[in-house]
Design a protein. Structure first.
Length: 648
């Protein structure tokens, strides 16, 4: 079967434009399912790569070295430029912990293993996405790992004269099955691992193979099926893609079945080589083609520019639009002066190895710089006066987690039920990871007076909710309520990051969070026959407290103030006010931490002068052990003492 050579298709650039604009819309403006643009990119890549490999194999002139030389020429120069300039900017702009993370991400990026790094960092206490300028490189890692596997498969099939389409279908089904299997118990693995993502690229490869087969014999079954489908390809494809954009969000079980929508939509658009008037208007117009040609550089630059802006405490709409404008400027410069000139360089059997070696050498140099940044082998003079401690994660042996939709494991909380002092008062502490942090200080303090503390924090779950949209959370919370009915504690403390749960996408209660919280607390009181105290929202900080102090004070050679308004997250203060107002009409007492820790001068930053251990929180709002001890002794203890039936 003779395969026709590749001809330029402007509609594919238009499809790239749609993909990148969806991704940018998701990151910059919160377009719910915009991240499906990456799935569209996967399908396009699988289609184009497979098409070229099949052509070369048909001509019997395919060369692995030439293939990888073309990949190096296409992908590496813009990528290495972005990583290099980001590292340079990070050297001057980022604080120590941020710069170390940037170095590790750069090393993973040039090695095309960002997806594996992110998978290992997908735990609850990992740095949020807003601290990872190279977060978006995970998708390039998936593609490059596919490029290692895919050509070898097609070579083997060609050598043994096997029909490529049948085997590609098998690979697609196998990978899709792995995706479905992983989505039920480890969504991070399903999202980041190559085995659960290859089906999307293979689907593009299948379209390339079937399109060639259909084009070679107009009387074949494939040709007749294609002829029937193609008149409806564009409207059906757009419906599938739009449905995905409007239906999925960051809480969806993705990729799972949901990813079939953008994948099938992209496959239809790629299979429709001729297209109709609608497709031509949408995907082949000048603007779409222009954005499509810049799409790779836009993808590379849009995320680090936004994150550098945020790490500099610039979060306004003007700042976001400035980063967006900068994205297109950097993308055009990269395309015009890097991509175009380098792609014009001709690859021959004689120089292909030079492209590969040159790409590897430059990658190694940049990777070594990233490694040195990660390990602080090269120090910056201004770092000495800054808070550089990386806090260890708090122990989680007495806590449960419903992260990434994991199934509930009720035995995780069973050790927390032990009573150390029989016959003495018992205090239950319920909530999320903030309650876990508080328990580290509260446990030591209550033990001095032989008071039992049973801490049952559940992370990733609306506190005590039995209508949370995460099934594991419902099971955990039902189990906790059952233990309260059995053990009947003398006092139940409810402490959490209340400002977060009010806007959580998995919140499933019919009432607004403040009203729900106090009504739920009343139900807990009736179940326990004891006292219940709702502890208010702790003041939280934009980015993190150490970051704010470094950026706004220490780097300017100013002393750390005991209180400040700079960097305080106003949402936490607003939630405290709402909770206090709600509590006024409820029979459940409320303890405001904001009123205790904040005044006109700002919110308290530390409990002493021993930095950084005496900082109140070690990130945006998780208490340090000294911060937890301070709250336990100075604020909570009088409230606890007044509610216990037996005094110490």
């Amino acid at each position: 079967m003779k395969i026709k050579p590749l001809a330029y298709r402007p509609d594919i650039d238009g499809l790239r434009a749609l993909a990148v604009l969806l991704v940018v819309g998701y990151h910059y403006f919160g377009v719910g399912g915009g991240y499906i643009g990456v799935d569209i990119f996967f399908v396009i890549s699988g289609y184009l790569i497979s098409q070229q490999i099949l052509i070369d194999l048909d001509r019997k002139n395919f060369s692995l070295m030439n293939f990888y030389a073309r990949r190096v020429r296409r992908i590496l120069p813009p990528l290495l430029l972005m990583i290099s300039l980001s590292l340079l900017a990070g050297w001057f702009l980022l604080l120590p912990t941020d710069f170390k993370q940037l170095g590790a991400q750069a090393l993973a990026g040039v090695a095309y293993v960002s997806n594996f790094l992110l998978y290992t960092q997908s735990g609850y206490f990992d740095a949020p996405a807003a601290e990872k300028p190279f977060l978006h490189l995970w998708s390039l890692g998936i593609e490059e790992q596919f490029y290692l596997f895919w050509p070898l498969l097609l070579i083997i099939l060609a050598h043994f004269r096997q029909k490529a389409s049948s085997w590609i279908v098998g690979v697609t089904i196998l990978s899709f099955g792995i995706n479905l299997a992983l989505i039920d118990f480890d969504r991070s693995a399903a999202f980041y691992m190559p085995a659960s993502r290859f089906w999307e690229l293979a689907a593009g490869g299948l379209i390339a193979s079937l399109s060639n087969k259909a084009g070679s014999d107009s009387s074949s079954l494939a040709s007749r099926v294609v002829a029937r489908i193609m008149p409806w390809a564009t409207p059906v494809a757009l419906t599938l893609i739009l449905t995905a954009v409007l239906s999925v969000d960051k809480q969806s079980a993705y990729p799972g079945y949901w990813a079939t929508l953008p994948v099938l939509g992209s496959c239809l658009l790629l299979a429709d080589r001729k297209g109709d008037r609608l497709k031509s208007k949408l995907f082949s117009n000048f603007g779409a083609v222009w954005v499509g040609r810049l799409s790779y550089s836009i993808y590379l630059w849009h995320w680090p520019l936004l994150i550098f802006m945020q790490l500099s405490d610039r979060h306004t709409r003007t700042d976001i639009l400035t980063a967006l404008f900068g994205t297109f400027v950097f993308a055009w410069l990269s395309y015009r002066y890097v991509e175009v000139p380098i792609r014009a360089l001709k690859i021959t059997p004689h120089n292909a190895s030079r492209f590969v070696i040159a790409g590897l050498c430059v990658s190694v140099v940049i990777g070594l710089f990233g490694l040195s940044a990660t390990n602080a082998w090269v120090e910056r003079s201004w770092d000495h006066d800054l808070i550089t401690k990386v806090y260890e994660h708090p122990p989680t042996s007495c806590a449960a987690s419903a992260a990434e939709g994991n199934a509930s494991k009720l035995d995780e909380l069973a050790p927390c039920l032990s009573i150390k002092y029989p016959g003495r008062p018992t205090v239950f502490l319920l909530g999320d990871s903030h309650a876990l942090g508080l328990s580290l200080g509260l446990q030591d303090y209550l033990s001095r007076y032989q008071i039992n503390l049973v801490a049952l924090p559940v992370m990733y779950c609306t506190p005590l909710s039995v209508h949370d949209r995460r099934q594991a959370c419902v099971q955990f919370n039902q189990w906790i309520e059952a233990q309260i009915k059995v053990m009947k504690p003398d006092l139940v403390l409810i402490f959490a990051h209340h400002a977060f749960w009010g806007d959580d996408e998995s919140y499933g209660e019919a009432q607004p969070y403040p009203a729900y919280l106090f009504n739920r607390a009343l139900e807990i009181k009736q179940a326990s026959a004891g006292q219940v105290l709702v502890v208010g929202q702790i003041p939280t900080w934009v980015n993190s407290l150490p970051h704010n102090l470094n950026l706004n004070f220490l780097r300017r050679h100013m002393a750390v103030p005991s209180k400040t308004t700079i960097g305080v997250d106003e949402n936490s203060l607003a939630m405290d006010g709402i909770l206090a107002k709600t509590a006024a009409n409820m029979p459940i007492p409320y303890l405001s931490l904001v009123q205790q820790l904040c005044d006109a001068q700002g919110c308290q930053t530390s409990v002493g002068k021993n930095f950084p251990d005496d900082l109140f929180v070690h990130d945006y709002g998780h208490l340090t052990k000294n911060g937890a001890a301070y709250i336990s002794e100075k604020i909570l203890w009088p409230e606890i003492l007044s509610r216990l039936p037996v005094k110490p």
